[in-house]
Ligand binder design. Structure first.
Ligand code: ATP
Length: 381
């Protein structure tokens, strides 16, 4: 049996550093390799202080060396826990969480109140972005009731495992030009799953960091409704560039939307709010498209945006076909040349324009590269 440090290093390149999406070697966790005859001592540092993380990485290293180099090697792993050095937050708009290679912009879609159409807005804006020529992904993080797999008509799909740079990753399911990963692919639709904040954020971290997303211009995250523990865990763990808050015009929804905006603006979260979308702004019967009935009140979200000095990104009417098309997995943004396609296009353009403005103040992530300008005239870049 003959081997050298390079063989051991190559074996370690197949292991993903916990929660990083990079190998132990690439992520600088590996500190030293010492070889004495058939004994190999691997010294690594990790930032996760739990015994479970330590045991997991020890066992992965032993397994990788034995299967890639030789079964006969006696592997010893010395793990030290190093607290990550807290960088001084000189920029008040600093993005939280680690950067994700290949994903240029992450936008969280939130709502204070449930059922206001957050998932509908996420699916349709994702499709609008894809039609404009961007590479788009959607992460359904609605742990209480994932629905994107239904809206994208891939309800029964199961993501496959693929090897990327020697590591196993989950291949998102793709439809309508959008890549999707959802907790809905892994949970039984007939069973209620109760997620606590850290558990939910761990599962979502895995979907993000261990997803084979490829190059993405935008990853939209469909957050659960509300402003609870789960949200805090998610938004603090991920490098979110901006959040969009969806509301309907009635007071009860607006009060919750205000709380949603306030959550992102809290000092320990500090995710820039790109703006508010007003959904179900008015009712329009399909057969009388010029009639507008303001059944939930008029301009509620627009006024709220003004009051709290946030951008108003636009409005979507309450139309029966929006509900029907979502239910059958064929969102209205797929239509061509219709009023509804245009309404979603306008909101999407405004969202991108606001994101570009925000990115000018955000050094850690790359400003989105506009790969095509088609349908994106409001973006002056
Ligand atoms: N503009 C609209 N016109 C008609 N129906 C709509 C509209 N927006 C959403 N809906 C319908 O309202 C219901 C709730 O929408 P959706 O699931 O998008 O809300 P949500 O805020 O994501 O809900 P949850 O709080 O459960 O996550 C769905 O049946 C959807 O099709």
């Amino acid at each position: 049996m003959s081997f050298n440090k390079q063989n051991i290093k190559q074996a370690l390149e197949t292991i993903t550093a916990p929660g990083e999406g990079k190998s132990l070697v690439e992520n600088n966790n590996l500190k030293n390799i010492v070889i004495f005859g058939n004994e190999v001592i691997v010294e690594i540092t990790i930032s996760n202080p739990t015994l479970q993380a330590k045991k997991k990485v020890e066992s992965e290293i032993t397994k990788a060396i034995k299967s890639n180099v030789s079964e006969d090697i006696d592997v010893k792993v010395n793990v030290t826990v190093e607290k990550p050095v807290a960088k001084e937050n000189s920029n008040p708009n600093q993005i939280r969480g680690k950067e994700i290679p290949n994903i240029k912009n992450i936008i969280a879609i939130a709502s204070g109140k449930g059922g206001v159409g957050k998932s509908t807005i996420t699916a349709n804006t994702a499709i609008s972005l894809a039609k404009m020529g961007f590479n788009v992904g959607v992460l359904d993080a609605d742990v209480y009731g994932p629905s994107q797999h239904i809206m994208f008509d891939v309800e029964k799909a199961k993501p496959l495992s693929v090897k990327v740079d020697g590591r196993s990753k989950m291949k998102p399911i793709e439809n309508y030009g959008v890549k999707l990963l959802s907790l809905g692919f892994f949970t039984d639709p007939n069973q209620a799953v109760i997620w606590r904040g850290p558990m939910a954020s761990k599962a979502l971290n895995q979907l993000i960091f261990d997803g084979a997303w490829g190059e993405l211009d935008f990853l939209l995250i469909d957050l659960p409704p509300g402003t609870g523990d789960v949200h805090l865990s998610i938004v603090q763990a991920l490098p979110i560039n901006g959040a969009v808050v969806v509301s309907t015009p009635q007071n009860i929804a607006l009060a919750d939307a205000k709380k949603g905006v306030a959550m992102f603006q809290q000092e320990n979260i500090n995710v820039p709010v790109l703006g508010i979308v007003e959904n179900m702004a008015y009712f329009t019967p399909e057969e009388l498209p010029d009639n507008k009935y303001y059944i939930f009140g008029k301009d509620g979200a627009k006024n709220l945006a003004e009051d709290i000095k946030t951008q108003f990104l636009g409005e979507i009417p309450l139309v029966q076909s929006i509900r029907e098309s979502g239910d059958v997995g064929h969102p209205v943004a797929l239509q061509n040349g219709t009023v509804l396609e245009e309404a979603f296009n306008n909101i999407t353009k405004e969202m991108v324009a606001q994101l570009l403005k925000r990115n000018e103040n955000l050094p850690p992530t790359e400003v989105v590269r506009i790969t095509t300008m088609s349908g994106c005239s409001s973006v002056k870049k």
